[in-house]
Design a protein around this ligand. Structure first.
Ligand SMILES: [Zn+2]
Length: 271
């Protein structure tokens, strides 16, 4: 099974990293796995970052951006298994470690078991150099994404509604797990064709997207960095709970797996 960091986690990860490291100078950078460094060599990455300061961290859809001094940014696409940790003590690198950044307040470690991440150091404004960054839709939690805006975007996308929700060109930040949660609360089966949804269902989908993501973001907001991995999502209502009890109707949760990605749904609550 594959668990991907999605917008609610990444926004809180960015908050935790900002609290821990904003204002800290980068004393040293070690690249442990150069394969995931893009747009330059590992040495260039380390030398460019060294001596700069962390200003802030933010999520942009499923990317995490570290703002540095001198208008630089480290942009990370964690893909499937990218994880951030801060350790106060020195330790040696593990096989999964990608890079480590030393500061006076501890070391930021970035690890990825599958080495599928893409990491860049770029000038602010050059984010479109990162694969998959350009052409994405508004953030699923962006206040500017009103129902009206959402409604005008929907007809541009075809196929099953779960795939549309996960399409970053439609809205950015939703992946496999939260798409299942949103569709349960919207009362819509994941396999429905987008074109089959009526306007009432579009409204329900929008309301469920905002309320579900907002609620989960709030639930995550007090967690520490080590508890923000997607494997720690013990609060989900339906995703990955096939055979369990639907929290809305008490019936059995159904589940199918395609390409290692699970889809969980309720045949009673979702039409
Ligand atoms: Zn149900």
């Amino acid at each position: 099974m594959t668990l991907i960091p999605e917008l609610p986690e990444l926004e809180i990860i960015a908050e935790r990293l900002t609290e821990a490291l904003a204002g800290e100078m980068i004393d040293g950078v070690v690249v442990h796995n150069h394969l995931v460094i893009h747009g330059g060599t590992a040495d260039q990455f380390a030398e460019t970052a060294k001596g700069k300061s962390f200003l802030a961290f933010r999520a942009d859809g499923k990317f995490l951006i570290m703002n540095l001094s001198d208008s630089l940014e480290i942009l990370v696409n964690p893909m499937l298994t990218g994880r951030f940790r801060i350790s106060a003590k020195q330790r040696s690198a593990l096989k999964s470690d990608i890079f480590s950044i030393q500061t006076g307040r501890g070391t930021l470690w970035y690890a990825d078991k599958k080495s599928m991440s893409r990491v860049y150091i770029i000038m602010q404004g050059d984010e479109n150099r990162a694969a998959g960054f350009e052409g994405r839709g508004p953030s699923a939690l962006d206040p500017a994404l009103t129902l009206e805006v959402f409604r005008t975007r929907v007809p541009r996308f075809q196929g099953q509604i779960k795939n549309v929700l996960q399409n970053q060109r439609f809205v950015k930040g939703i992946g496999n797990a939260y798409a299942d949660e949103v569709l349960l609360y919207a009362g819509i089966l994941p396999f429905r064709k987008r074109s089959s949804l009526n306007d009432g269902e579009i409204v329900k989908l929008y309301d469920a997207m905002r309320s579900v993501l907002g609620r989960y973001r709030e639930m995550l907001s007090h967690k520490g960095l080590e508890d923000l991995g997607p494997e720690k999502r013990d609060f989900l209502m339906i995703h990955n709970k096939g055979g369990g009890i639907c929290p809305l109707c008490g019936g059995r949760i159904s589940e199918v797996t395609a390409n290692r990605f699970k889809t969980s749904y309720c045949q009673t609550c979702q039409k």
